[in-house]
Ligand binder design. Structure first.
Ligand code: OSB
Ligand code: MG
Length: 358
């Protein structure tokens, strides 16, 4: 699916997405899940072409013919496979989707959510020029988004923040480095403190917690961890060691709704706010992120934004809409409340594999 606008992070630029969807058939119902693995193993070691054979050779066969009554029974059946959290999440979440529809309940209620509206922010990639960035920020503020997150890397950081803050001194602003810095750059990172940022996301290595704890002691700005948090124990370690004051939860990165809820609960118990991260999802994953964002401790605006920021035509109906106040109202229909456009998905499909009883 071509993106409406390219997306650039510290690890590169993409113009379109290859999206891996999973559908599960169970008792006459179909449940959908999205595998958020990227086109390349850059954000994470997981990518689409590692997820695919893991799904077809290991994960799906582990579920075929099994009797489950709840989505949350899925992780135990997949636990023999180490890692590969993104395809695990796609499968588990598809089963939660089915469970919600079997019970004729909204997915958000099944997950234990309490919010009826969720607050939305945007993640704005690195642009061709500072002017192009300022224009994009202007557009998103006019649309009502409640938090602007800028991708940064050495050479596109303090200089950019100066321009943004001199135009908008009051907006809620954060940055995401996707591991673009090292501990040698602490003095440079301290300059970020001048811009009254809500947080700096994942400044150091993608697999590190310990050195983030060291860095956090030297910064006034709150560190938020994304890449380093792969499960609830990571969250507990990060919180106990003081490596961050905020955590970004991506359901795919932690392996599914069950683990996402555990990360949420660990943070809640320690009074660390969380927000829902995004992976440039199609409507399938986006709708599920909305459901997850209704849990109580999702206290900060997430990277859950409207379909039209990414897609000319989304694969769900209706498309995800964000109000002028920067909110998404959660639907009360069973499941996500969005219909998956199977006809359109069929047209966009370039590869398909079915795993069934043999
Ligand atoms: O680090 O949050 C990230 C997109 C792809 C990979 C990693 C990240 C992102 C985003 C985009 O920031 C969030 C979104 O709008 O989906
Ligand atoms: Mg991030």
């Amino acid at each position: 699916m071509p993106l409406v606008h390219f997306f650039e992070t510290s690890f590169g630029r993409i113009y379109s997405r290859r999206i891996l969807l999973v559908s599960v058939q169970c008792d006459g119902l179909i449940g959908w899940g999205e595998c958020v693995a990227g086109e390349d193993p850059f954000y994470s070691s997981e990518w689409i072409d590692s997820a695919w054979p893991t799904l077809t050779r290991y994960l799906a066969p582990a579920l075929i013919g099994k009797t489950l009554t709840q989505g949350r029974e899925t992780p135990a059946l997949l636990s023999k496979v180490r890692g590969h959290r993104m395809p695990k999440a796609a499968l588990e979440n598809a089963l939660w989707d089915i469970e919600a529809r079997q019970k004729r309940q909204p997915l958000w209620k099944l997950l234990g959510g309490t919010r009826r509206e969720i607050a939305c922010g945007v993640s704005i990639g690195i642009q061709d020029s500072p002017d192009q960035l300022l224009e994009k920020i202007q557009t998103e503020l006019e649309a009502g988004y409640r938090r602007i997150k800028l991708k940064v890397k050495p050479g596109w950081d303090v200089n950019i923040l100066e321009k943004v803050r001199s135009r908008w001194s009051e907006i809620t602003l954060s940055v995401d480095a996707n591991s673009a810095y090292t501990l040698d750059e602490v003095e440079h990172l301290r300059k970020f403190d001048a811009f009254n940022l809500l947080m700096i996301e994942q400044p150091l290595w993608n697999d590190d917690i310990y050195y983030h704890a060291r860095l956090q002691k030297d910064l006034r700005t709150a560190i938020c961890l994304d890449e380093s948090i792969e499960h609830a124990r990571d969250a507990a370690f990060a919180v106990e060691s003081g490596a961050c004051r905020i955590i970004n939860i991506k359901v795919g990165r932690v392996g599914g709704f069950s683990e996402a809820k555990k990360v949420h609960d660990v943070c809640h118990a320690n009074n660390v706010p969380v927000w829902c991260g995004g992976m440039l999802e199609s409507g399938v994953g986006r709708a599920q992120n909305i459901a997850l964002s209704t849990l109580e401790n999702f206290r900060l605006p997430g990277d859950v934004s409207g379909s039209k920021r990414y897609w000319k035509e989304d694969i769900i109906e209706p498309a995800v809409e964000v109000s002028r106040e920067g909110l998404i109202t959660v639907k009360d229909e069973p499941g996500t409340g969005y219909r998956v456009r199977e006809d359109l998905i069929e047209k966009l499909t370039v590869r398909k594999e079915t795993v069934g009883p043999t």
